[in-house]
Design a protein. Sequence first.
Length: 148
Amino acid sequence: MLRITGGTVYDPANGIDGVVKDLCIADGRIVADRDLAAGARTIDASGMVVMPGGVDVHTHVAGGALNFARGLVPENQRAARKFLHGLDRRAGLGGMTPTTFATGYLYGGMGWTSVNEAAVPIWSARPTHEALHDYPFVDKTSRLPMHN
């Protein structure tokens, strides 16, 4: 059970468009304040946006160009080694192209729940799907281009 207080709530399905209010959640559903048990965990969301998880329908987070950049750009490798200093290398945040694992954390932290790799050429479908598989927290899809 959870109470989220003071956040600016956006819920298009229910016509809530930027209203500062509290939300109460029990058993994975939004409930009335009276239905929440006493002593429920509280999160202060003052100054923050509260919304259903976002779906990014057009991303470029796992395609061939990014995979090449992750592997070949020396700045990424040096920065990641300096930053990680013996930690799990999948968490590399260094340089201009974070790893797939780190990007998944970044998307989750921004409130996204789903990403869709917009266009995947058939010849790079397998590495793209392998990269998407490494993303934690978010649902992943990809779209292969239409062909005759």
